[in-house]
Design a protein around this ligand. Structure first.
Ligand code: ATP
Length: 330
């Protein structure tokens, strides 16, 4: 039986992961969940929000499903999410954004995959106060990280039947840093004659996304633009309750929803498990469990199409009612 690390998280994490585990179990797929606690609740016992045992479990199992984890602000802890990405070298952030049945949005033909570089750019955290009135942040773009993310995007396109990979930069202004990213894209692109190429500036992309999002397929971006554009794309398909994500490296992959731990609705049986469920479905595809991924996705779509959804999507189903509806549609 395949072993997968499960981080239940905190806030609404335990409620939505319980729903997702029960749905996967009901599909007939047997997974040996290696449950690991992390976040606020483990600090008192273990001193840190991300104990070594969690990292060791992911390194061993190579794959994890992660519900949102809160990093307490102002207590001197590094963000659990950033630490996971760094320690496991999860260099690619993948965010598929596709319209869901019955989830009303301004557009109904969005099917975009955002591939964001996860390790450098302005996130390298190199900042200094040059003088009292001047602060500087250094944007790092390397050939190694840029080539590997572009290769990831093209491989994803090939393996998932996508036809175009569009690179997003501001290379007209940042001629050296974004220029290098663009250069790497062009070089990698030559190895994929079957995939269409496109280059766009990030400002133009944003305008086009809110006017004609259906024209985009796979987008590949440096870290900061990727962060902003992936939230924009999440908004196009209905917001946080339905936005899935994954952080993928050479050895390990962590699948997680975009949303946080939503402490305002914690323990109220109100949270929408869809984003975590979609992340789990993508995880099953990564594990090559295509039949189960398809089966669960169909049941989820049927549930939504039948008008059953949680309050964030305008419905009145509780987390557990939604879970049970998906299970009965399997
Ligand atoms: P963080 O800093 O951890 O990202 P946050 O408060 O900025 O936390 P979220 O926790 O994602 O962001 O919550 C933002 C809003 O969206 C909250 O009002 C929350 O209740 C709502 N929300 C987030 N996820 C869900 C979900 N799965 N189901 C229903 N509502 C959600």
């Amino acid at each position: 039986m395949r072993k997968v690390t499960l981080i239940n998280g905190d806030g609404i994490g335990p409620e939505i992961s319980d729903a997702v585990v029960k749905i996967i179990d009901a599909s007939g797929l047997k997974i040996d969940w290696d449950v690991q606690t992390a976040g606020e609740d483990v600090i008192t016992k273990e001193g840190v929000p991300l104990p070594e045992r969690v990292l060791n479990s992911i390194k061993k199992n190579k794959i994890a499903l992660k519900a949102p984890v809160t990093t307490p602000i102002g207590k001197g802890f590094r963000s659990v999410n950033v630490q996971l990405r760094k320690e496991l070298d999860l260099y690619a952030n993948l965010r598929p954004c596709k319209n869901l049945p019955n989830v009303k949005t301004r557009f109904d033909n969005v099917d975009i995959v955002v591939v964001r570089e996860n390790t450098e750019d302005l996130y390298a955290g190199i900042e200094r106060q040059a003088d009292e009135d001047t602060a500087e942040s250094i944007k790092i773009i390397t050939r190694k990280a840029s080539e590997r993310i572009c290769k990831f995007a093209f491989d994803y396109a090939v393996n998932n039947g996508r036809s175009e990979v569009c690179v997003v930069t501001k290379a007209n202004i940042m001629k050296l840093s974004d220029g290098l990213f663009l250069d790497c894209y062009r070089k990698v692109a030559e190895q994929y004659p079957q995939i269409k190429k496109r280059e766009i500036l990030v400002d133009n992309l944003c305008m086009q996304l809110v006017q004609k999002p259906e024209q985009f397929d796979v987008l590949v971006l440096p870290n900061l633009y990727g962060d902003i554009v992936s939230d924009l794309c999440a908004g196009l398909i209905g917001g946080l309750g339905v936005a899935q994500g994954a952080n993928i490296g050479t050895d390990c992959a962590v699948f997680e929803p975009v949303h946080g731990s939503a402490p305002d609705i914690k323990g109220q049986n109100k949270a929408n498990p869809t984003a975590l469920l979609l992340s789990a479905i993508e995880m099953l595809r990564y594990m090559k469990e295509f039949l189960y991924a398809e089966k669960i996705e169909k049941a989820l779509f049927k549930t939504l199409a039948g008008g059953i959804c949680t309050a964030d999507l305008g419905g009145n189903a509780s987390t557990t009612e939604f879970r049970d509806a998906v299970i009965s549609n399997l």
